[in-house]
Write a protein that binds this ligand. Sequence first.
Ligand SMILES: [Zn+2]
Length: 422
Amino acid sequence: MLDLLNLPGIKPVDIRTQNKSIVIVAEMVDDTIPLCPDCNKPMHKHGKRSTIFADTPMQMQPVRLEIKRPRYRCESCGKMTSPELTFLDEKRRATKRLVDAIRQRCLGATFRAIAEQTGVAVNTVKNIAHDLIEELEETVRYETPVIMGIDEVNLAGGYRCVITNLATNSVYEMLEYRTQDHLKPFFKELPDREKVEWVCTDMWRPFKRSFAEYLPNARLVIDKFHVVKMASEALEEERKKYQAELNKEERIYVKKSIRWLTLKRPDNLSPTEREALAIVRLKIPELSVAHDIKEEFFKIYDEPDRESAENAFREWEECLPGDKMPRFRDLAKTVHNHYEDIFAYWDAPFKITNAYTEGLNGLIKMSNRMGRGYSYEIIRAKTLYSEEARKVGSGVRPTRGKVEYGPYIPTLVKIVEDGKPD
Ligand SMILES: [Zn+2]
């Protein structure tokens, strides 16, 4: 029979199909009688044992390997042995090459799909994945970001803390929660922590407390999008108050939702949308005032340098209407409370934002598609160790050898959007 197995020490003697699997029966090639390892005397044949192992699929079907091995017994001491086969993972009842193939794929495809393709139990796939993750934890090291983003992303059933490299747009690390209990040890253990020059995050205070102690050279910059988002939220509050003032015909004419029209930057509106916005502004003067205030706030970020940005903010604040529109007043207050960290935006070597990290929220789709039963740990590993996304931006530097910055966020997002986790 043709040796389609190509495994050392055994040869196939029979093949059959059974329950949608290919069963290959194999025997030992060498049947030399061994010596007892204790007594050093020749042993005696003592029947045969047959064990079933999963092997790599053939013709898209799971393969079960039925290996018949002789058993030997020592007449002097009673010891029993069976020949060992180095290509087997006895614990997992699978060939090592199958375990390797599963390791290669387990972070890309669903455990269930792999189990179906290989005939291995889902739990075994899960165990292989956990072992792999443990190894990756030990061996994979990404370069500490010089410009670090810290953000929250809704992932695997909760808000997770994502640490990114904003210069390379890659994920550096993921923490289960963004509490000080998780952040402090992270910063404390961070290799080359003196390298971090900038940290970009939202206005959540504990961040600052967590890293100030451990990152001696880092400056905080509050993420632009978290700041302007408050202007949008303030506008929304006003919009809800006045929207009802349009009559039915006017609403039909406006078509697009007023929310959409007013929240979008005017430059991004189509000519028709711009016309619709003009009508809304004409019909609801109060909303048009609020809309202007929001727009003027956004424009602060268009300023080229810190001084003009600070001036623009001052002018904006001076133009706020008395005691009306309290949410915009709150926004002004928040800017004052975080003044240094907000205007640090203009001190950084380039315009630092966490905009890309937001895209990671889409990873929740991945965990949903993969079905329940995926722990945070697995989602984290699938994100952090994605082979495809790790290809981008990594390379070899002549002085330092292999350098990696972590999975590239646009690739991660694309993998999720294409619905092709592997
Ligand atoms: Zn013996």
